[in-house]
Design a protein around this ligand. Structure first.
Ligand code: NAD
Length: 328
């Protein structure tokens, strides 16, 4: 199988590429990957260092909005897995242009190129943030998309475009909507790597508002297994929620991180809340569980191993940290 993986130098895309090439989802050697990435501030060639030079991997630096590049690159692939995106909510609040460009127009360009090249399968990576915020209970895939941040709105646009390409053109497109990922190699602007690297540097951690926003945490390896399952067994035009089953308030999570890093609670600094901050996300992921999915990484183990990875790999994150490090 020839796979085109976009956003392949980012946190989740690179994990997926490394896992596929390591044979995590079947015989290694059966899949050849073209890894496409623009290498924005979030794309990091070091994330693919372990597989650099691998005979089944070709890396292409390029933009999913570049229709000429896509017309050359896409033909001959058996499937596209689209991870490429601008992914940080706070940056989308500061300015949404790049988010609409990459997340909406880029996804449309990729769908269109895949259609022109008759690529048989397409999996688009969306997010649970497209649903908005939920006080209690959980979203099924049929719930309305009520995105609140510019990031989530741009992801919702892409998500519905993917569905439209399945309905209108009969393309075999599926969408995944996962909860918050954590794990090694996440850019240190997102909550867990920002807080861990701040604590390892002896600095404070900036907690938004009252810290009672609730998120469901999913280890990146579990997410990537879910994506692979949808690639292999997902139905055309269907969306699949992927959850981790570990709901925590940001304050509870921060306390766990303080404990992992041996830091005391005085390191927490409460900062004004993010505008439009969603209170709670929670997906009902029965649909993908019916395909055989269940998260495997117990949260406390996964979190401890993640903190250990940041402790052991300062050469990866030190060059990426912003100053002052307490800014979010
Ligand atoms: P990331 O920011 O770490 O990586 C995104 C990658 O996309 C980077 O390597 C970047 O260089 C690349 N990219 C950006 N614009 C591009 C363009 N125009 N053309 C080609 N490449 C481009 O993000 P991530 O956390 O790995 O997220 C991957 C996907 O998963 C995204 O679609 C995101 O919306 C989705 N998602 C992430 C989470 C999470 O918790 N991280 C949760 C739900 C969904």
């Amino acid at each position: 199988m020839r796979l085109l993986v976009t956003g392949a130098a980012g946190f989740i895309g690179s994990t997926y590429v490394r896992n596929v090439l390591a044979g995590a989802y079947g015989e290694a050697g059966e899949v050849r990957i073209t890894a496409l990435d623009k290498l924005t501030y979030a794309g990091n060639p070091a994330n693919l260092a372990e597989v650099r030079g691998h005979p089944d991997l070709t890396f292409v630096q390029g933009d999913i909005c570049d229709t000429e590049l896509l017309a050359d690159l896409v033909p001959g692939h058996d499937a596209v897995v689209n991870f490429a995106a601008e992914s940080h909510v706070d940056r989308s609040i500061a300015g949404a242009d790049d988010f609409v460009r990459t997340n909406v127009l880029g996804t449309q360009a990729l769908l269109s190129a895949a259609r022109a090249a008759r690529v048989p399968r397409f999996v688009h990576i969306s997010t649970d943030e497209v649903y908005g915020s939920i006080e209690s209970g959980s979203w099924t895939e049929d719930c309305a998309l009520l995105a609140n941040s510019p990031y989530a709105a741009s992801k919702a646009g892409a998500d519905i475009l993917a569905r439209a390409y399945a309905r209108t053109y009969g393309m075999d497109v599926s969408v995944t909507r996962c909860s918050n990922n954590y794990g090694p190699r996440q850019y240190p602007e997102k909550l867990i790597p920002l807080f861990v690297t701040n604590l390892l540097e002896g600095e404070r951690v900036p907690l938004y508002g009252d810290g009672l926003n609730v998120r469901d945490w999913l280890h990146v390896d579990d997410h990537c297994r879910g994506v692979q399952l949808v690639l292999e067994k997902g139905r055309a035009g269907q969306a699949y929620n992927i959850g981790g089953g570990e709901e925590l308030t940001n304050l509870e999570l921060t306390r766990l991180l303080l404990a992992e890093c041996g830091a005391d609670p005085e390191r927490i600094v409460h900062v004004p809340d993010r505008p439009g901050h969603d209170r709670r996300y929670c997906v009902d992921d029965s649909r993908i569980r019916d395909l055989g999915y269940a998260p495997r990484v117990p949260f406390r183990d996964g979190l401890a191993r993640t903190v250990e990875w940041y402790r052991d790999n300062p050469q990866w994150w030190k060059p990426l940290r912003r100053t002052p490090a307490v800014a979010v």
